[in-house]
Design a protein around this ligand. Structure first.
Ligand code: NCD
Length: 478
């Protein structure tokens, strides 16, 4: 038996938990659900700081209920206006202070990467309850737990994601977890709200999966208002299943039946659209109703939603046994009880030897020359709090050919246009050149020495000269 130890750790993204740890957490969740009223000694006297700087009903109430059922106490700050953040206090200072009052922090914040900063500064375990469009790992735990309970396994399930996949943090976190557990995902974005490229890249590059794009199946053109299947992510368990079929049609793949339809609402608060554009998005937004569920392919399909719903789920399906959304919300309490008690070290759990952790995380070298470049995501915490000078932009080099840097706070990507090495110019200024990012030079530069630029002006401002290919091109274009 192996002891699963989450004591004193933080949960910022779903990558912070291995598959084995998630399985173990679910067995403790089973135990907690069976005896919700008998857990009041587990965290007796401990204090949870509940810091919600974005609207929340389910997540906040279920966290607070979980702590109270475990015998603990809750202190809270629930909007920026009523906390010192409105006076210009940094997130780091708030984290240090809250960390000196409480035993565990739960934080929701509109800036992506905010939970990472809180975890870095609080000195106590921190749980991310949603940071912008970035991540929502505990919702993923509730979603996975529901799938596991209803379908007994996660491996091999076929899950369709439906709606606003661009801004929905729940779908981003859930996609990584499903991929790791060997499920297949079919993406059904509402037009214009497709899964972000950085999420797709991570799914394929780090989970070893395969992405199929079926543009012909963008069903709106053919007059079908639903099922514009944009892409399917095929996990490592059956990597070539679809790829082997030359005329693979996602519609066909879909029609063989899906295990769950994961519906999300249009996340209006996360983008600025003109009233006309918003109206268009709203009109094109697919609705799940009784008629839709009568289709053959949905016979055994669970309808899931993180809630709140707006218009995308018809009330008429609430009583349908396939509708899972209120169960997902209710399971939030035992799932979070299990998580809090493990992170506070008040419970531990052993799992059979064969439940192996997911294995080491993919190692990516840190980008060492990050002071000049900025994360391209305007709501990344590294762009919001740099004025206060305690956060430096931080990147990992996740790919070399072509060079791709990933922000360590919000996981957005930066694809530089020009590169240079910090090694060559030392002492020999005539070699202080910059090159095109897609040139052969990328193979000669060690990751530790890599310097990237998004424009030529940036390179010139830092004293680099164009290499002869760039110089010639520049001359020819004059
Ligand atoms: C979601 C969230 O806040 O990301 N809700 C939740 O936590 N249960 C989904 C949403 O707001 O649409």
């Amino acid at each position: 038996m192996t002891n699963i130890n989450l004591h004193s750790r933080s949960l910022v993204t779903i990558d912070d938990l291995s598959n084995g740890e998630i399985e173990a957490l679910f067995s403790l969740t089973d135990e907690m659900s069976e005896s919700l009223n008998e857990q009041s000694e587990v965290c007796r006297g401990k204090i949870m700081a509940s810091l919600f700087f974005e609207p929340s009903t389910r997540t906040r109430l279920s966290f607070e209920t979980a702590m109270l059922r475990l015998g603990g106490h809750v202190i809270s700050a629930i909007d920026i206006g009523s906390s010192s953040l409105s006076k210009g206090e940094s997130i780091a200072d708030m984290a240090r202070v809250a960390g000196s009052y409480a035993d565990i922090i739960v934080i929701r914040h509109p800036w992506e990467g905010a939970a990472r900063v809180v975890a870095d500064y609080a000195g106590i375990p921190v749980i991310n309850a949603g940071d912008g469009s970035h991540a929502h790992p505990t919702q993923t735990l509730c979603d996975l737990y529901t799938l596991k309970k209803e379908k007994q396994t996660l491996k091999g399930l076929k899950i369709a994601f439906w709606g606003d996949l661009k801004h929905g943090r729940t779908t981003h976190s859930l996609s990584y977890a499903l991929a790791r557990f060997g499920a297949t995902i079919l993406f059904h974005p509402s037009p214009g709200l497709e899964m972000p490229e950085h999420v797709l890249r991570k799914l394929t590059a780090e989970c070893g999966g395969k992405l199929e794009r079926d543009t012909a199946a963008l069903g709106y053109a053919s007059g079908e208002k639903f099922f514009p299947v944009e892409a399917a992510y095929i996990t490592p368990n059956h990597p070539h299943q679809l790829a082997m079929m030359p005329d693979i049609c996602m519609q066909v793949e879909f029609k063989t039946g899906v295990d769950a339809l994961y519906v999300t609402r249009l996340q209006k608060e996360r983008f600025v659209a003109s009233p006309t554009k918003e109206g268009e998005l709203q009109n094109a937004y697919p609705v799940v109703d009784k008629k839709l569920l009568e289709r053959k392919e949905f016979k055994k399909t669970l309808v899931m939603h993180p809630l709140p719903r707006v218009d995308e789920l018809a009330y008429e399906i609430d009583a349908d046994p396939r509708s899972m959304y209120f169960k997902q919300a209710a399971r939030g309490v035992p799932v979070r009880m299990a998580l809090i008690s493990l992170m506070l070290g008040d419970r531990n759990i052993t799992v059979p030897e064969e439940i192996k952790p997911f294995g080491p995380k993919t190692y990516h070298p840190t980008y060492k020359h990050g002071t000049e470049i900025r994360c391209p995501n305007p709501i990344c915490i590294s762009n919001q709090e740099t004025e206060i000078k305690y956060i430096r932009p931080e990147f990992r080099i996740v790919n070399l050919e072509p060079p791709i840097l990933e922000c360590t706070y919000c996981e957005h990507e930066l694809r530089p246009k020009f590169i240079a090495s910090s090694d060559w110019h030392e002492g020999t200024l005539e070699y202080k050149n910059y090159h095109k990012a897609d040139s052969h030079w990328i193979r000669k530069i060690k990751p530790d020495n890599l310097i990237v630029f998004t424009t030529e002006e940036e390179a010139l401002a830092q004293g680099f000269k164009p290499d002869k290919h760039i110089a010639q091109n520049d001359e020819n274009s004059e």
